[in-house]
Design a protein around this ligand. Sequence first.
Ligand code: HEM
Length: 140
Amino acid sequence: QDAPAKSDQSTTEAASAPRDPALKPVFDEFGGKPGLVTLVNDFMDNLMADPVTRPFFANADREHIKKELVDQFCVILDGPCTYTGRDMASVHKGMGVNRTNFNALVEDLQTAMNKHGVPFRAQNKLLAKLAPMHHVIITR
Ligand code: HEM
């Protein structure tokens, strides 16, 4: 540990380090993976109760989407997860999502986060990572 690391060693250490250690507490503020599972359950309930978003999800495999969302959010929050779903452009291609649909989904997520008492600062960490995705998700 005290010996100076060889350059290839330090490269390895950097590669295996958490993506952003400063975000680690945010994952905990979501209640870790179990917290994300219950959050995403309520999120999907909200999406199905919302007339703006319901048509998109009514005939979709909602259990599968929830699993992918949990993994995706977990990765975004630097939790110990791997996202194995498809990329956002491919998934939403041809769906015809507009800005109104997108904003409604974000509000439904905020409603779920509020219900679960996720601190505002932690909410914004997640939302800030999701917001730029509108470039590939909104197609009309
Ligand atoms: C930042 C916003 C969004 C994120 C992070 C997101 C994330 C995801 C993820 C992770 C999946 C599952 C991918 C997979 O199965 O491999 C998915 C699927 C889906 N998303 Fe989104 N999504 C967003 C916005 C939207 C919006 C605005 C709508 C429509 C209102 C929408 C409708 C759908 C539908 C219908 C599916 C299922 C597609 C299928 O099964 O073929 N998404 N989304």
